[in-house]
Design a protein around this ligand. Structure first.
Ligand SMILES: NC(=O)c1ccc[n+]([C@@H]2O[C@H](COP(=O)([O-])OP(=O)(O)OC[C@H]3O[C@@H](n4cnc5c(N)ncnc54)[C@H](OP(=O)(O)O)[C@@H]3O)[C@@H](O)[C@H]2O)c1
Length: 245
């Protein structure tokens, strides 16, 4: 059975992806700070296939603990074929806010935690000559958004970091997939300034699984927002600045 770690699996997209991967036959380690939620999901999935899902309490800010945790989990689930970094926070979209603590939390959770995890996962997969890394980014990382500067910077940083890891690892047989999510109906959406046709977490998870299965590099989810992403990326700055985005 293939083995996966999902960091940020206690709710929303990560929990839906855990269900999808379990459906596809994976053994999974679920990580996040809220152990009761993770344990509840693990119990639910273990009722379908015993002993296939384990929950681990983990705060990605505690980077010093990541090397040992990664080794422990890989030993317990018997290796690692797929690593998904889904942990993320977004504070309310508000152009009037200047809050260093909130900004640093977003950068630490959305970007720096991914760096700390991938420094463990990447060499492991590189020496195995196989494996897949998936980072959950956002269409908000394609441009600097005035209401969420640190969030969009964290996701832009994640996209660029994943591209660099792809360039480093593809020659060693490791696939790196960047998911640029459109809005998804999760708790995080309460902090958006407006909600436009959000996808369900189940649909997002199905499309992320499709990107994993096809070893895609960069994928907008849902795919119909790829054109919007392309237009936004290429809009001249003097126009983008006038939009209320
Ligand atoms: N929903 C959207 O519209 C949308 C759009 C674009 C991108 N995204 C991205 O999708 C990903 C999943 O978000 P979601 O929408 O599913 O929201 P969510 O339900 O709030 O899930 C966020 C996940 O991140 C984990 N997390 C947050 N801080 C953490 C920390 N310090 N340490 C470990 N885990 C942490 C949470 O677990 P604990 O609280 O248990 O720690 C939770 O499992 C995020 O990266 C988000 O930026 C979402």
């Amino acid at each position: 059975m293939p083995r996966a770690i999902i960091v940020g699996a206690s709710s929303g997209v990560g929990a839906a992806l855990a269900r999808e991967l379990h459906n596809q036959g994976y053994v999974i380690a679920l990580l996040g700070r809220r152990l009761p939620e993770l344990q509840h999901l693990a119990n639910e999935l273990n009722q379908l296939r015993r002993g296939t899902v384990a929950a681990y309490a983990h705060n990605v800010h505690v980077t010093a603990g990541i090397p040992e945790l990664c080794r422990t989990i890989c030993a317990q689930i018997g290796g690692l074929d797929l690593f998904v970094y889904c942990a993320g926070v977004m504070y309310p979209n508000n152009p009037a806010t200047h809050d260093t603590d909130a900004d640093l939390e977003m950068l630490q959770t959305n970007l720096l935690g991914a760096v700390a995890w991938l420094n463990e996962v990447a060499p492991r997969m590189q020496s195995a000559g196989s494996g897949q890394i998936v980072g959950i980014g956002s269409i908000a990382g394609d441009r600097g958004r005035r209401g969420i500067p640190a969030y969009s910077a964290s996701k832009a940083g994640l996209h660029t970091y994943l591209e660099a890891m792809r360039n480093r690892l593809s020659r060693h047989g490791v696939t790196v997939t960047t998911i640029k999510l459109w809005q998804v109906q999760t708790a995080m959406l309460a902090n958006a300034d407006r909600v436009i046709q959000p996808a369900s977490p189940q649909l997002a998870a199905r499309l992320i699984w499709r990107a994993i299965r096809h070893k895609r590099q960069v994928v907008y989810v849902p795919g119909r927002w790829a054109a919007a992403g392309l237009v936004l990326q290429h809009l001249p700055s003097f126009i983008f600045r006038r939009l209320s985005l």
